[in-house]
Structure formats: structure tokens, C-alpha cells
Design a protein around this ligand. Sequence first.
Ligand code: ZN
Length: 582
Amino acid sequence: MFDLVIRGGMVVDGTGGAPRRTDVATNGDRIVAVGDNIGPGRQEIDATGKIVTPGFVDIHTHYDGQATWDQEMAPSSWHGVTTVIMGNCGVGFAPARPDRHDWLIGLMEGVEDIPGTALAEGMTWDWETFPQYLDALEKLPRTVDVGTHVPHGAVRAYVLGDREQPGAIPTEDDIAQMAAIVEEGVRAGALGFSTSRTVLHRSVDGEVVPGTTATKEELIAIGRAMGRVGHGVFEMASDMRREWDEFGWMGALSRETGLPCTYAALQSIAKEMPLDEQIAAMRAENDNGANIVAQIALRGNGIVMAWQGTVHPFRFRPSYVAIAELPWEQQKAKLLDPAFKAQLLSESNDMSEVNPDIVGLVMVVAGGWGMQYEMDPDFDYEPTAEESILARAEAAGVSGEEYAYDLLCRDDARGFIYLPILNYADGNLDFLEALQRSGDTVNSLSDGGAHCGTICDAASPTFMLQHWVRDRKRGGRIALEEAIKRQCRDTALLYGLEDRGLIAPGYLADLNVIDMDKLKLGKPWLAFDLPAGGKRLLQRADGYVATVKSGQVTFRNGVCQGVYPGGVVRGPQRVEFAIAAE
Ligand SMILES: [Zn+2]
């Protein structure tokens, strides 16, 4: 008798091999048998007509705060994810001196748009060092496993203290201390180290993130610390300025340590090197023995704009500024008042307070109607020019701004506009099709748990199946088995997690049963359910029949079952094959 049998599904096992109809059995937290007509289970799931996949491994999230108070781990857990890796992009909460808590929260709020009030109320801060943070994470079981990076921002603030100012140059001794902290964190079980080098990442006070201006020497010294331990991934978000020679030093570092470096590979106006050139530079280094992996998003990374979101096109109009702080019901009454609308639309934007570095971006938000799209119920995130607000306003015989205003007012002022500021310069996703067919890229950049008021790309695995595997019409699709391999096995292996991402005896029983015919992303909504009423954009999906984590059913038809088998992943994981079958 097995603990659990998933019977009769099309098993897509994560190897990239063709799907086959068969049964899967688990005992304890492991898969113990895969084959036809295997014996009964104490619990059975009928997967006839469904696909069975490994649990998804999402390597780019920011649940560092949420994971200390929340067991459900939505929205990632609603989309088949059973392992998240957090602490990306140089931000996180350990190590943390007691007098730096607010500063670290401000950094996270600014860079990742996670409400500071929610973090302040939600986190208990019962840690100071990175190993203590891992211990604190372990106290709370969850629906998913969590792994983490040691974040550069926290490490720099810990070592430099009040000297941590934009442009601060650490001494050799500072760098040695930072490297020692990273080494300690990785020895305790961190899966890597992360840093951020982009002008788009700023604290709530508008300062660039620690590490943005770090020298190669600092980054390499820290990378070598992981080399001494023998594991760890170096993760980076960078503006890719040519003078920084990011690929040169990542190549040298990965050759020296034998460990991978990985970076956010985006089409972005903030990046000096265009994406094509980044990929070419990476490949030149990899041809020369380096191990650099490009993290790619699966769709345009963009802003979902709403009246109550973090961003919308009218926030620089004086009339809006005047009501921005009112309670929502009062704001809404004004916004829906035709006289208020007429007054607001007659005004121009006041950008005098906007940081000059991001004024171009803000102009796109406040009037780039050709890049903004209506999110109707069947919206597929790869819209054509005819679906732009510019085109739809023209067809309706109104101005772009009026069309956008009315759109946000739909559905009781809960309408959404999609503005893909990254990865959509071509007006289609063709370039991501080619990149997904390449072994030096990995599915990533969901930013789960972050950018709470602007995106919900934690839904990326669902989007992958719905759009790239099943529905895409504007270009090629990705084979189901290839997509599953990329989202499960390839992501797991980058971080040394050899125990997951495959359906075979001996591997973790992390599984999804999915009805591909019914799979559909729901309409996003703004919830105010973080601690202190903090807001976040959420998106559910139909079609997830069951999600299993370590042998326990955590979700059925999208409903959390109240069991929390997820723990903290410490360091690389190997598979023990000596497993009793029954
Ligand atoms: Zn990130």
C-alpha cells in the first residue's frame, strides 16, 4: 500500500522526454514508483485526462519577509510552485543589526515595492546573523520549500554601518569582512549570493542600492568566498554598463570557482548593452569555459496599472495628487465624477519632483498610449498594436488619455492597464521563443512576493503552460515536455537541487496534476491582505487539480489544504536511491 497514488495521468517527468500515460506512487516525502497499474494507495488522485508534472521550481522570488509570517506563500503556491528561492537582487533581511531594521525595510520597499508597513508589522526580527535567519525561517512550515541567497545590500549595511552611502568605497578589510559573512551564510545553507547594479533599484528614499557602485574587486572577493565553500550561485541584476565589463568578471569568477553566475537578462532601456549583445557576450565567455546563465522572463515585464495600484498614468496630474491620500471610497467617488474627470484631463503632468534618471520611464507611464494595453478577460500578455490604448482610442474617436481614464474606471474603478516596459520593445515575444530553446537560459524573473502594487508575474508557470505551450498564435510554441523541464529540472539544477524537478523513484514527491483544457489565468485583483492591510496584486488560475509537496496534498482545485510540509532548503541536495518500494 502506497501513501499516495496519482493514477492514469499523462506524466511529463521533467527529463524533456515525451509524456506517457502511467501511474505515480509516493511514500513519505518521496516518489517510490512510476509505472503502469501499480498497487493501491491510501490516498488516490484520478489524473485521467490530466497531466502530471514535477512541482515547479521558481528561482527568482522576494518572499524574504513574507516567508517569516505566511504559510500559504501565495501567489506562487497557487501556480504549481513547490520550491521558491528568495533573497534575489541584493535585497533581504539578514544579516541585520537591530538598528538597521527600518533601513532594510526601506530598501526592500523601494526596490521591490513590498509595503514597508506590512514588513514592519509582519516580521519578528528574531535573528541578526544570516545563519540565525535560516533558523528563524525553519520555525514556520509552509506549502513550499524556501531557499535563499545572502543579499549584498544587507551584508554591506552590516559591515559598513553608517558609512554605507551611495558611492561608498569599502576598504580591503571591509571587503574581507563581507566575504566572511557570505561564506558563513553559504556554509549555513544559503544557495548563493545576490547583488543589484541598476539605477532602477532604489530605496524608498530614492538612493541607489548598496552594491550598485561596487567594484569588480569587491564582487570577485565575495564570489571567491562561495568558491571556498564549494557551492553557491552568484545572482545579479545589472544595468550592464560596458565599462563595468560584467561578463568579463563573471566569466573569470565562474572559471576560477567552478560555480555559476546568473543575471537578469532583459530587454530594458536601463541597460546599456542591448539584450542581443548580452547574450552574445555570455556565449563568448561560456565558449571559453565560463558558466554564466541568463535568467529570462516569459513575458513582457511590466506594470499592471490601476487606480489603487502603485502606478497609473494620472498620478502626476494636480487634481489626482490632491485626492491621492483620501480614503479609497472618497477617492473613487471623485474619480467617477464627470466634472472631476474633465478637470483632470484638462491639466498637464507636474514632473518637477521626479528623479531625472527615471523621467523617461515616467513619461511612458503618463502618456505612452501606444505601449499601454487594455486588459480584457481574455488578455494573453502578447497583445498586438491594435489592442493598444492608442489604437482603441482612435477607433472609439476619443483621446488616448480619456480612453485610459475610462478603462481604469471600469468595473467599479477596478480596471487594469498593462504596460510592458521591459521585454516588449518589438511588440511581440518572438525573441523569448528563441531564448527558451537555448540551454544557457533559465526560466525566471517572476519576482514572486515583490512589486506588489505593479505586477503578478508569480503566475509565470501558468502563463508558460497557457500561452507558450497551448495558446500562442503570433508565433511558435514550446513543447510541453520542454517547458516542464525548463521550469522544474533546469531551475533546480542551477541551484544544485538534484533531489527535485523529476518524476522518478527517489526524488522528492513534489507534483502537480493539471487539467490543460481548463488551465486559465484569472483576472488580477488588488488585495489588501498583507500585515497592516498592505496591498498586493494577486492572480489565481483554474486548472490546478492538485499540488503535492513532499508527498502531501497542499492544494486541491486552488484551495489550500492547511498542511505545510515545506521547509528550508540548505545547500545543494542529492538523491538517495536506497528507497523501499512499499
Ligand atoms: Zn528580483
